[in-house]
Design a protein around this ligand. Structure first.
Ligand code: ASP
Length: 293
């Protein structure tokens, strides 16, 4: 049984096939590939985009969606993950999409159920569909010519599952990554890195990926204030001037901390395109995992 727990679960050629399929799905027309299938979503951690994106994707493919309300589920009454998994499995879904604050939960779940499990984000560990939709957005923008494109990943990289999934996936496709963060947000890395976001870096970049400060994952306050962080790392017009590049962000954006209001309106900011592309990518992922398994 194949699952999508990390981006490593798909080979490069499978990723390109997903992109070809996702491109078709951008027309937003309903399909019936997953008619008669039922998909369960169980999100133990908050989500705005990812949950609705997966549910739209499932419905656009004709599937039924059962959303488990975690606040009312038995896990809040002390049920173990194994028992929750066994009960979910007994309902015979065709796929389960799970998000959890603890790294590793989707992997554990996948070992206890009889259907594909898709990781909707687990702790700091991984967010594979976000990385797939980010790469798809880059791939579409540069019309497939992505090898040797240069990306700056800026922000709380150490605590970001989006960063770790993107680092794995984008490197595999020959994209040159530079990590830009203050020391306490910088992971141990062999990648090029900078503690400053300066004009020289921007001058040499084709893509900037800005990330939110993951305050919910900080054990202690690591930056005096988000305003101080913004002074050094907020993407603003002074910094990017008229440089030809694209700007990505997985959302939710902290305006004027991650990205300024002016830049949010800029043509180069593809944040809403990422959201649209996300539904198409998730359609391609669900179709592949459910029909090819
Ligand atoms: N939405 C992304 C995630 O779930 C990014 C973020 O929350 O900053 O990881």
């Amino acid at each position: 049984m194949r699952h999508l727990i990390t981006t490593k679960d798909f080979s490069n050629s499978e990723v390109i096939e997903l992109f070809q399929e996702a491109k078709e799905f951008l027309d937003e027309k309903p399909r019936d590939f997953l008619k008669e299938k039922s998909i369960t979503t169980i999100f133990f951690e908050n989500s705005t985009r990812t949950l609705s994106s997966f549910e739209s994707a499932a419905r656009r493919l004709g599937a039924r969606v059962l959303r488990l309300d975690v606040s009312r589920s038995s896990s809040s009454k002390g049920e173990t993950l194994y028992d929750t998994a066994a009960n979910l499995d007994a309902m015979h879904p065709h796929a389960i999409i799970v998000r959890h604050a603890n790294s590793g939960v989707p992997r554990i779940l996948s070992s206890c159920v009889h259907c594909p499990v898709v990781n909707g984000g687990d702790g700091k560990h991984a967010h594979p569909t976000q990385a797939l939709l980010d790469l798809f957005t880059i791939y579409e923008h540069f019309q497939g010519d992505i090898e040797n494109k240069r990306i700056l990943i800026v922000g709380d990289i150490k605590n970001s599952r989006v960063a770790s999934s993107n680092i794995e996936l984008l490197s595999r496709f020959g994209i040159k990554i530079t990590l830009v963060a203050p020391p306490h947000f910088m992971p141990n890395t062999s990648l090029p890195k900078s503690y400053l976001l300066n004009e020289e870096l921007i001058e040499n970049a084709d893509i900037i990926m800005s990330l939110r400060t993951q305050v919910e994952r900080h054990e202690k306050i690591v930056y005096a204030s988000l305003k101080d962080y913004a002074n050094d790392f907020c993407i603003n017009p002074k910094l990017i001037k008229d440089k030809k590049l694209i700007l990505l962000h997985p959302g939710p954006v902290n305006r004027n901390i991650d990205i300024s209001d002016e830049v949010m309106k800029d043509q180069r900011a593809l944040i809403l395109k990422q959201v649209k592309n996300g539904v198409a990518i998730r359609m391609a992922v669900l179709k592949k995992l459910i029909l090819e398994n």
